[in-house]
Structures are given as C-alpha cells and as structure tokens.
Write a protein that binds this ligand. Structure first.
Ligand SMILES: [Zn+2]
Length: 373
C-alpha cells in the first residue's frame, strides 16, 4: 500500500477550536496512545465516503464538505442517520479493507496510536454477510500492521435498538466464524431504545465462548453499570459518565478497577459528559474519584476530532500535562484485551515514547489572580 493511499481525502476541521500552544501541541502529538473506543463506520473520512458512494451509485444528498455536520449531533438520532448512510456505502471486501486500513494508518499510526480495538457494526451494513466484512477488515488490519507497526483487534458491536434474539444470532455468527482478531463483543446505538437487560442471553453466550465483553452506557442511569458488570459480565464500560452520580457504584468501580473508555470531544457534543460547553466536567470528576479512565475518539471525523485532538482538548480544558495524559494510555494498556505478553510489549514501547516527550509548561492561571474592577 503506497503512502498516498494512507491519506483519506477530505479532512473535516476540528469541531471546537482550542488555543494554539506549540509546547502543548508538540507534547500531545508525540505521546503514545492506545485506542479502545473507536467505531469502524465512524472513522471513515468524508472524501472516502463520497468515493465509495460514487462507486456503488448511492446518492448522498449532500456535499463532502457538509457530510459530517457535528453541530447537529446533539440529537443522537441525527448522528445515527448519518452513520447509517456511511455504513451503507461500505459493501465489498475492498471497501472494508480500505476503511480499516485508513482508520489504522492516517487515523491511528499517524497519531502515535500503538494499538486499537475497533468496534465493527455488522448490522450497520445491511445485506452484507458477516464473513465478507471480516475478510476485508482482517486484511486491512494485517496490511496496516505490516506497513506501520500498529496492532489491532476487533470487537463486534450489537445494535441495541434491535431485539435480544437478533443479538444472539449475531453472537452465534461470531462464534461460527471465529478468527483470532475478534476478541470481544460490544453494545452500541441509543441506550434509551435498548436497555442492557435485553441482551443477557447474547452476552452469556459470548462469555461461554471466551469472548471479552464491553457495552456503551452514555445516557442511562448509574444502575445500568451494575447490569453491565453483574448480568452481562462486562470487564469494561464505554463512556459511563453517569457513574459519578452514585458514590456507592463509583467506589465499587474504583475498588475493582473497572475501565471507562471516555471520548471527550464526541461526548461533549452529545452532552453526555457535561453541559456541552467544553469543560469536560464529568471526565474530571471520574479522574478525581480515582476511576480507571481511558481516552479515545469514538467516531473521529464525524465529530471533527482525531486521537491527538482529544488529548489536546483535555490538556487545555483540564490543564493535564504529560504524566496525566500518559496515565490514560497506561490505563488503556491495562484495560485492553491482549494477553500479558502483548500488554508488556505495549508498556515498554509506551514508556520509551513518554520518556522521549518533553512536558509542556503548566497552564497559566495568572489571569485568575487579577483583580476584577
Ligand atoms: Zn461509541
């Protein structure tokens, strides 16, 4: 694969501008990242969507420039409609190879992402058989690894807006077409339309087959976290910001070191992690409570972000510097589903990169000391 093929066309601008600070920008770019909360359909650059739509004769109804209108994603339904359009243009083995390769190279390795667990959504590609998805994605993953060194595994996502029986069928397919790259299952789409208790049977089936388990909880009550841990057997939670509303559940998650895969930019726009004002209040509360937090980008181009930019916004909003940001990567290595040898290798590589990264000066709060007239 040539270097030019790594550059997906049409990069959208960042969603919320942050102040330019060369020292912070150099630091966040150089730090190692481990990506545990990223959806394959959500990583497709707009130019690639346009090219695949043209290839398959699918009318997009809008131009590449405004394909991803992240300001409209406060409404989760609007976001999911765009996601469905993107999923519908990824159809053949070459398409799956291409989007996986671009996600892991331009969208991953170029940001110092060492390892990613990508969530696939087979129900998001209507009419495409699961083995065809797997063939293209696994080939893209292997090519990205041999070209850049980035490693990746796959998490198969259940659409929680569908029935529990459909979820069981999907898990059965995952088991029937088992490959080493698929290490677990997840649960996505709108939590309000699919409470976690609906998927106990599918999750238990996955657990018996030795698959690891995670699930989204972005808008549900803190009690959903207990359902995910105790009934679905999840070993980590995607988002989970509302856990801090319940001190007892928070204490348990701290004691058991349950990882929460947080996504600052997408969750700020979706208003799950705070008031949508860029303060990232809940992420700060989770870190301060001692929870195991990891940082990722969810659906990067769709929300005008990328793995470096999510680090950058926390550096600016919360004043985090090298040690705090490196701790998110260390947490993600603990939380990932590689074996002990794989984790030890990641720890060694990440530690060397952190040591080689100059820290940025602490944030300047002098303006807070100025007297107001
Ligand atoms: Zn997500």
């Amino acid at each position: 694969m040539s270097a030019t093929a790594r550059r997906p066309p049409g990069h959208p601008p960042h969603s919320r501008p942050v102040p330019t600070d060369p020292a912070v920008d150099a630091m966040v770019a150089a730090l190692p990242k481990v990506s545990l909360h990223c959806h394959l359909i959500g990583t497709v650059a707009p130019g690639t969507v346009a090219e695949l739509a043209a290839k398959h004769g699918v009318p997009l109804g809008r131009g590449v420039e405004d394909l991803y209108d992240h300001d409209s994603y406060q409404d989760l339904g609007e976001f999911l409609r765009v996601l469905d359009v993107v999923g519908s243009v990824i159809r053949d083995v070459d398409d799956f190879h291409r989007v996986t390769y671009e996600s892991l190279t331009a969208g991953g390795a170029d940001h110092n992402v060492l390892y990613r667990e990508i969530q696939l959504s087979p129900p998001g590609h209507p009419g495409v058989p699961y083995p065809r998805i797997l063939e293209g994605v696994v080939a893209g993953l292997r090519d990205a690894r041999s070209d850049t060194g980035i490693d990746a595994r796959l998490v198969v996502g259940i659409n929680r807006e569908r029935s529990g029986a459909e979820a069981v069928e999907l898990v059965q397919q995952v088991i029937e077409h088992r490959v080493d790259e698929v290490v677990g299952i997840g649960l996505d789409y709108a939590e309000v339309n699919g409470p976690p208790g609906r998927f106990v049977e599918a999750y238990r089936l996955a657990g018996r087959a030795g698959l690891d388990r995670t699930a989204h909880s972005e808008s549900g009550p803190p009690g959903h976290v207990l359902t995910l841990l105790d009934e679905l057997g999840c070993s980590r939670i995607d988002h989970g910001y509302h856990v801090v509303d319940d001190p007892e559940i928070t204490s348990r998650c701290v004691a058991e070191r349950i990882p929460f895969t947080c996504t600052p930019v997408s969750s700020d726009i979706g208003r799950y992690s705070g008031s949508g004002d860029g303060t990232h209040t809940r992420i700060r509360q989770m870190v301060d409570a001692g929870l195991c937090v990891t940082i990722d980008s969810d659906d990067p181009p769709m929300f005008g972000t990328d793995p470096t930019h999510d680090f950058r916004v926390l550096a600016h909003a919360l004043g985090y510097r090298r040690e705090q940001l490196a701790a998110f990567t260390a947490n993600a290595i603990d939380a990932c589903w590689l074996d002990g040898t794989g984790k030890a290798d990641l720890r060694r590589r990440a530690a060397a990169m952190v040591a080689a990264t100059p820290d940025a000066p602490p944030p300047d709060h002098s303006h807070l000391l100025e007297e107001t007239p």
